[in-house]
Design a protein around this ligand. Structure first.
Ligand code: SF4
Ligand code: SF4
Length: 376
């Protein structure tokens, strides 16, 4: 199993998205010493392969020098697996593009659809700044994936959003807008769970005609998880302990979403804690309350093996308690139910003749759910 370590050099961010739940205008910045501490800490922490994701705030505020040294040091760890980075990419320049290509960094950025919708949600000028850097990265051979945040406002433009990503051949992950623990600015933008489920099903209908054009990664994962009966995305797996995040000062949190929340500090890389040390923290006890609640609350749910109660952070922010499940539970039941129904139908239909995933399909014919579940 891959162990996931998120590195959050800063929570500072130059964007001013209306529904932002996480960033703060603080100027704290991770020092390269913390990267050395992370390397020391991970040497004996666990044997699994480690994937690093740089996140923020805006992680590129750390600058070229930070990444030049950090990528070199972290990639030398014995169990190093790879790098990802989530950024608005406004500070991406040719030097960083070359550096990220050298280390095969998987870069993702955020765009909320066509310019008018994106800039309404994320601020005037955002779309042009991100797309300009995206085009430059593409010219230089650096692939970029996208995160589309769907809000209570943009859900009404579901068709326009789908067509935009399909036409531009931009691969994306969907993110349902969340409330925030840091204030109430994000609350009116939060996406209702039934609307989310409806949108996923509508998109699945269309996507089965377009599997060869672009990737809606959530739908890919939902189908794969249903087929394998285990979550292939953090939201649908038990992420507690398999993902950790390190803040600017070396504090260790359960995930990037908790960074800056003192109640969720598990330890600090400077003291070289073992996994058992992290389990002694109050934060760990709170996370176990979530797990115990899921075990009880979701035990009769058909999808529990590959939903696992969803995202603990989502549950905690939405209900202000650890004794809750992900507020998108209804959406997950809707899409897992739809995928299971279609998969079972295909199983029945193909029982005699074997699966036809990967077959040559006729023009204007939809791919099958099995094609989607087996998409590379
Ligand atoms: S807290 Fe949520 S976003 Fe973070 S790793 Fe877990 S499931 Fe993923
Ligand atoms: S779909 Fe809802 S009830 Fe089922 S496991 Fe997920 S959160 Fe629990």
């Amino acid at each position: 199993m891959t162990f996931h370590v998120m590195i959050i050099p800063t929570l500072n961010c130059p964007s001013n998205c209306k529904y932002c739940w996480g960033s703060e205008n603080k100027n704290e910045m991770m020092d390269l010493d913390i990267i050395d501490e992370i390397c020391n800490w991970l040497e004996d922490f666990r044997d699994d392969k480690v994937h690093f994701t740089f996140h923020g705030g805006e992680p590129l505020l750390a600058g070229y020098g930070f990444y030049e040294e950090a990528l070199e040091k972290l990639s030398k760890l014995d169990n190093f697996e790879g790098f990802s980075l989530q950024s608005n990419i406004w500070l991406l320049n040719d030097d960083l593009i070359e550096l990220f290509k050298k280390y095969n960094v998987i870069v993702s950025t955020s765009i909320d659809g066509p310019k008018e919708i994106n800039d309404f949600q994320r601020g005037e000028g955002y779309f042009d700044k991100t797309m300009k850097k995206f085009q430059r990265a593409k010219e230089m051979g650096l692939n970029i994936n996208f995160v589309l945040t769907i809000t209570d406002y943009s859900k009404d433009y579901s068709d326009e959003l789908y067509e935009f990503f399909k036409t531009e051949q931009m691969n994306l992950k969907i993110h349902a807008a969340l409330p925030s623990l840091r204030g109430d600015n994000a609350d009116p933008w939060a996406l209702d769970q039934e609307e989310h489920g409806k949108l996923l099903i509508e998109w699945l209908d269309k996507y089965l005609y377009d599997l060869d054009k672009f990737s809606v990664m959530d739908l890919d994962h939902i189908c794969k998880s249903t087929l394998r009966r285990r979550g292939t995305l953090c939201t649908f797996a038990d992420c507690i302990g398999t993902t950790l995040a390190v803040g600017f000062d070396g504090s260790i949190y359960p995930c990037y979403r908790f960074v800056g929340m003192p109640d969720y500090i598990l330890g600090n890389v400077k003291t070289n804690p073992s996994f058992d040390d992290l389990k002694e923290s109050e934060s760990w006890t709170k996370l176990q309350e979530f797990r115990e609640y899921v075990n009880e609350n979701c035990k009769t749910c058909k999808y529990v093996k590959y939903c696992e109660g969803g995202c603990p952070y989502n549950a905690i922010v939405a209900y202000k308690t650890t004794k809750a499940v992900d507020p998108q539970c209804t959406a997950y039941k809707m899409i897992f139910g739809e995928v299971s129904k279609r998969m079972n139908k295909e199983f029945m239909k193909n029982a005699m003749g074997g699966f036809q995933a990967g077959r040559t399909k006729k023009e204007n014919e939809a791919f099958s759910i099995m094609d989607l579940a087996m998409k590379p």
